[in-house]
Write a protein that binds this ligand. Structure first.
Ligand code: BMA
Length: 367
């Protein structure tokens, strides 16, 4: 299809640029991952990802991160293979906490990132930082002054730069150059996080994103970050771009989009999910081509997977014709029996996920 062809040309150009003797850009971990992702897209492949996969799963978790070799995975238990993309979450790192907001030790998170990368996988990092002004969590939207307070001239600018971003930078630096897709300030088109659309102006949002980028890339010199901008679904192309930080600060255009079952039942909600996804991916494809960016479905899923054919019947048909680098389904909480987005060992509707994992253009890890 046209989008894939355009990206193919782009990947070709990128390759040519890299091999050209006179241009020889210094190849960074980020450049290598961009290249890998474009190569998959060029082949029409979509990588499958799962949040927190190696750290815990449905009714289990890694107890001792030092001795555990991180071989357990709900996805592997069902399909025989690890997901190609591992998502990890850094909420709490800004506070200097030992464990994330989902109670995962940051040492375990680091080990999971390094282990997954050694196995040939790709990593993406999300961050749900606490609300620095109110002391609440990322979902505390009681003040619309939080973003402003972090920017230059704001009363919390010093704390943001010298403590929060520093701690975040220390962790990202400790990944030993492993490239990761970093996805801060996500779902900004909605208003359930303190950086959401009703909580700050477009200009202040862009400044927040750029300040984060400038600190990590320029001040800390990190060359292992790919930057993903990922508003929530339900917006027009114009609304999607209204808070776009700019081409210099973004490598991947992401989208977070979930299925929610309404009163009209499964069939209808699946159809609604797919229709909205295709509408969004259609404009995302145009934007990605125009801005020379990758695109991905940065978060998705149907909680509890009550549709037995969600993978091949709903998700796959909706994404298969788009140059989506990866789709990432959300976490399988170890302590909330109904909060899971991938099947687990013993889950009775796992066969459709297995069928999805065997589709020719869907990529899981082979080792
Ligand atoms: C949400 C839920 C929460 C979790 C948060 C950050 O979607 O899964 O339980 O704390 O993501 O991972």
């Amino acid at each position: 299809m046209t989008g894939i062809r355009t990206l193919t040309l782009l990947a070709g150009t990128l390759l040519a640029a890299c091999s050209s003797a006179d241009r020889k850009p210094a190849e960074t971990p980020k450049d290598r991952l961009v290249h890998t992702l474009f190569t998959h897209v060029e082949k029409g492949e979509i990588l499958y990802g799962h949040q927190d996969d190696l750290c815990y799963g449905h009714a289990w978790k890694v107890e001792d991160w030092e001795s555990d070799d991180l071989t357990r995975s709900d996805v592997k238990a069902v399909t025989g293979r690890y997901p190609a993309v591992l998502g990890v979450e850094l909420g709490g790192i800004e506070m200097g906490n030992k464990a994330s907001l989902d109670s995962v030790d940051f040492n375990l998170i680091r080990k999971a990132v390094l282990t997954h990368a050694e196995r040939g996988g790709i990593v993406t990092v999300s961050w749900h930082p606490r609300n620095p002004l109110t002391g609440g969590d990322a979902w505390d939207v009681s003040s619309d002054r939080v973003v402003k307070s972090l920017l230059e001239g704001g009363e919390l600018h010093g704390l943001f730069m010298d403590t929060w971003l520093k701690r975040l930078g220390d962790f990202l630096e400790s990944l030993e150059g492993t490239p990761v897709i970093f996805r801060p300030w996500h779902e900004s088109s909605a208003s359930w996080f303190w950086w959401g659309s009703k909580l700050c102006s477009e200009q202040d949002y862009r400044e927040l994103f750029r300040t984060t980028w400038t600190y990590l890339v320029k001040a800390r010199g990190l060359t292992n970050l790919l930057w993903c901008y990922s508003p929530n679904s339900g917006v027009s192309a114009e609304e999607y771009m209204s808070r776009y930080p700019g081409d210099e600060f973004v490598d991947i255009l992401g989208l977070d989009h979930y299925e929610f079952i309404g009163p009209d039942g499964l069939g209808e909600s699946g159809a609604r999910f797919a229709q909205e996804l295709k509408r969004s991916l259609t404009f995302l494809n145009v934007l990605a081509t125009d801005h020379h960016k990758l695109m991905c479905l940065s978060e998705t899923g149907l909680e509890s997977l009550s549709d037995p054919e969600w993978w091949t019947g709903v998700l796959y048909p909706a994404v298969k014709d788009f140059p989506v680098a990866y789709v990432l389904t959300w976490r399988n909480a170890c302590d909330k029996p109904l909060h899971f987005y991938a099947p687990w060992e013993g889950f009775e509707n796992a066969s459709d996920f297995e069928a999805f994992s065997k589709l020719e253009n869907i990529v899981f890890l082979n080792n």
